[in-house]
Design a protein around this ligand. Sequence first.
Ligand code: FES
Ligand code: FES
Length: 236
Amino acid sequence: MNSRDTRDALIEAAAQPSPETTPSSTSGTESSPPLFGRFSRRSFMASLGAAGVVAGASSLAAVAVAQQEKPAGASEDDSAVTGAVPVVLNINGRDHHVMLEPRVVLLHALRDHLGMPGTKIGCDHGQCGACTVHVNGRRVNSCLTLAIMHQGDRITTIEGLAQNGKLHPVQQAFLDHDGFQCGYCTAGQIMSAAALLHEPIGQDDDSVRAAMSGNICRCGAYNNIVDAVQQARKQV
Ligand code: FES
Ligand code: FES
């Protein structure tokens, strides 16, 4: 008797054998006598497979219903979040209504709840400037400030910097001077530079470098970034 035969024999022995239904042979072939009373091994496994398909379909249907029941505009995890409260954020000139936990920072509200991935996550704790946005015209690291604190504020992200299809002068200057390489820091650099145009800093390059020192570029595009900022400063 091989190992498969042995296994089948053990299964059969545990399956309430009766004189009427217990086969005389325990062969594991397709023509083997019925196990578990009236089921053959193949039909038993087939029925298990069918049950699995039904169970899987039921689960999928339940997920589909749950997704359909989410309120419009809710993000994937809103229904699972306890303590979420309604928040209204004015972003790029438009009010956005969203359910947020009070602990959610502006950066994650923008990217994860409002579908605005232009603002980048770098360090996620205030050291790289990749997440810079404007709040009432001033640059802010959006990873360091709670979204709920900015109801009633005017928030601008990189998605809202161009106006009427025309690039902001800083955006154009970054293109003109190759102010980026991989581009990961670029949204934050541009937002920082755009706010800097209205800040009281000196005219020289070192003043620009100091004013932009909160924005880190791992590609080292700093010289071109300074050139771009200086070009934009002359135009505004
Ligand atoms: S991600 Fe906010 S400063 Fe780095
Ligand atoms: S262009 Fe790559 S990090 Fe700045």
